[in-house]
Write a protein that binds this ligand. Structure first.
Ligand SMILES: *[C@@H]1O[C@H](CO)[C@@H](O)[C@H](O)[C@H]1NC(C)=O
Ligand SMILES: *[C@@H]1O[C@H](CO)[C@@H](O)[C@H](O)[C@H]1NC(C)=O
Ligand SMILES: *[C@@H]1O[C@H](CO)[C@@H](O)[C@H](O)[C@H]1NC(C)=O
Length: 443
């Protein structure tokens, strides 16, 4: 202990406790998404007074790999090894900081793709990843590789958005009007997080950020990401067809364009088998598409606490909340040319338009959307996004920012997750001072 105090006194004495002059600390975070894994290597200025400051990491490099870890459900053997390119990338990037590796945390948080698996499959995959991570020279404990809960994923996105927008400051208590609500849309799940004007009755998530102790409303809808929603809609089309006398060849899907044949692919990888193979002819029909998408949302479920979004889920009023809609929401708005500072009405107009186009018109007018699968899904994605925001969450006249970056920094739950981890753990928020004497600080 005297040793520790001596070290701290030395540092604070020399630099008047200015965190800016302290050497960077580093860490890596893997976002194990349903569609692929991405590692973010980050750095941050540590603090001598973690209770008085909010520490924020910045990304210094990132790399992704596909498929996602959840695709190892039927054979977990390769799950850890599939992340090797990400680890090698990190070692190369951090080569000059080798002395810090043992203090550099390596996290993996998997998301909705893993939430959808059977528990035994999920644990086998995590065990395989942990076994691999234990062999690496970075700071790692088994609990650092896990599945994030939907609520955590949402809150981490909220932290990232609000930090980048300048809403999280040590001298201001974050409240309903000084923060922005976050809307995240992934492949398999969708998250809504905000601080309401009135108190939160359910689904409150407590949070410590520097001097602040706060609560946000956080809810995650598993299976309401765009891929899961597309599967769900396709299953409704198929079951409707089975109920009628239609032959399999004439199944029609209103959310795809005339001249396009849609063959839903129900799995996330080639390893798992598809339950059914059907082709559907697009009909370029917005009204039909909207009606189909609305059936995914159960608005009639009993609402046990007053104010519900859908499926009977409690949600405080969103009337005056400003929102930032990122990830796939921002991609969809961008693809459709909806302005970043938009309203729901703009997205609705764009959805109506894109859903009216034939395949040939779509190819011509949306040439800039280079990925053909995404181009063909524009109508479904736009209609789903509008329906989720409006019928689902009850958002109407609210200001919505559709964007995934702010001042060149990505709005991403992974950054928020790292920020959360650092601000909860003094071992990560404090300086190492001198790497070779760092054990002194590991109190
Ligand atoms: C699982 O994958 C590994 C590596 O890809 C392979 O060697 C093994 O044979 C597979 N096991 C099964 C049961 O398919
Ligand atoms: C919310 O925070 C802002 C900025 O700190 C402050 O001006 C405002 O009075 C606060 N509002 C409420 C309702 O506390
Ligand atoms: C860190 O500690 C080592 C060994 O105790 C010493 O050789 C080195 O000069 C120190 N580095 C700094 C920057 O103080």
């Amino acid at each position: 202990m005297p040793q520790l105090l001596a070290v701290l006194a030395l540092v604070s004495g020399a630099h008047a406790a200015s965190s800016q002059s302290l050497p960077w600390r580093y860490g890596a975070f893997i976002d194990g998404g349903s569609e692929g894994s991405r590692i973010y290597v980050m750095r941050w200025k540590p603090s001598l007074d973690p209770e008085g400051e909010i520490i924020c990491p910045e990304i210094i490099g990132d790399k992704s790999t596909a498929p996602g870890v959840a695709s190892f459900a039927l054979n977990h053997t390769g799950a850890g090894a599939s992340l090797e390119p990400l680890v090698e990338y990190t070692k190369k990037l951090m080569h000059s900081e080798r002395g810090q590796w043992a203090h550099m945390p390596l996290y993996l948080r998997a998301t909705a793709g893993m939430r959808l698996l059977f528990p035994e499959q999920r644990e086998s995959i995590l065990d395989n990843i942990r076994t691999y991570f234990r062999t690496l020279p970075f700071l790692f404990r088994d609990d650092m590789a896990s599945v994030a809960t939907g609520e955590e994923e949402g809150v981490f996105g909220w932290i990232s958005a609000n930090y980048l927008m300048g809403n999280l400051r040590p001298d201001k208590v974050p409240n309903a009007s000084s923060t922005i609500g976050s809307l995240d849309l992934g492949g398999a799940s969708a998250q809504i997080v905000f601080i309401p004007q009135k108190s939160i009755i359910q689904h409150a998530f407590p949070l410590r950020l520097g001097p602040h102790q706060l609560q946000v409303y956080s809810y995650s809808f598993l299976r309401f990401g765009i891929r899961e929603a597309a599967h769900h809609a396709a299953m409704l089309v198929i079951s409707d067809a089975l109920m009628s006398v239609q032959s399999e060849n004439s199944i029609k899907h209103p959310c795809f364009s005339k001249g396009y044949v849609y063959i839903p692919k129900f799995s996330y990888s080639d390893q798992s088998f598809a339950p059914i193979q059907v082709s559907m002819k697009g009909t370029s029909d917005f009204e039909g598409c909207e009606a189909l998408v609305k059936r995914i949302f159960d608005k009639n479920a009993p609402c046990l606490i007053e104010q519900c979004s859908f499926y009977g889920v409690y949600q405080p009023r969103v009337l005056d909340v400003k929102f930032l809609a990122f990830s796939h929401f921002a991609d969809i708005a961008g693809d459709l040319g909806v302005p970043e500072k938009g309203r729901l009405e703009d997205l609705l107009v764009a959805a109506r338009y894109v859903c009216s186009l034939s395949r040939a018109q779509l190819d011509l007018l949306f040439k800039r959307v280079q990925d053909e699968t995404i181009r063909m899904h524009l109508c479904f994605h736009a209609t789903f996004a509008v329906t989720l925001l409006h019928s689902g969450y009850g958002i109407e006249e609210n200001d919505i920012l559709f964007k995934s970056n702010h001042n060149g920094q990505p709005i991403d739950w992974a950054v928020g997750a790292m920020m959360y981890a650092i601000n909860q753990d003094n071992k990560l928020s404090r300086p190492l001072v001198n790497v070779s004497t760092a054990h002194v600080l590991d109190v």
